[in-house]
Unconditional design. Structure first.
Length: 145
């Protein structure tokens, strides 16, 4: 069973970046995604686990910081961070979070090759929670001239 989960996670992290570039993902939040939250002042209850990156000039690269909070009620170990496209990169400051602890997640987006308009990318945080081993966060970006 454990080796099947390992194979699944390897598959997940190898193929999501290839399939997600320039995609406009409108997927609904998955069950269990509320165990850890992306916290941002502008976050609304209508769009949990969503962060508005804001406007970015066409052809430029910018980075934003946001907060990932462990709300699982137990120690959480982050085992990896991945994104839906090579145009988006993400890193996490702390990989071991006690219950209630928050850490910074940096998201960098390169708008080169994108048309003016809305873009949606995803950040995937893999962890050791058996109920939610991968938590998906949606990042909304507006590319402008």
């Amino acid at each position: 069973m454990k080796s099947k989960m390992g194979v699944f996670l390897v598959f997940l992290f190898m193929f999501f970046p290839v399939l997600g570039c320039h995609a406009q993902d409108a997927a609904a939040p998955q069950a269990g995604e509320d165990k850890a939250k992306l916290v941002e002042q502008a976050e609304t209850k209508e769009e949990p686990n969503t962060w508005d990156f804001g406007k970015i000039k066409k052809g430029s690269t910018e980075e934003r910081q946001f907060i990932f909070k462990n709300e699982t009620g137990r120690l959480l170990t982050v085992t990896g961070v991945n994104t839906s496209c090579g145009c988006t990169g993400s890193t996490i400051k702390d990989k071991t979070l006690v219950s209630g602890m928050s850490t910074e997640v940096a998201v960098k987006f390169n708008s080169k090759g994108y048309a003016v308009g809305p873009v949606t990318q995803n950040v995937y945080i893999a962890n050791d929670d058996p109920l939610t081993p991968v938590i998906k966060f949606t990042v909304k970006i507006e590319v402008v001239e």
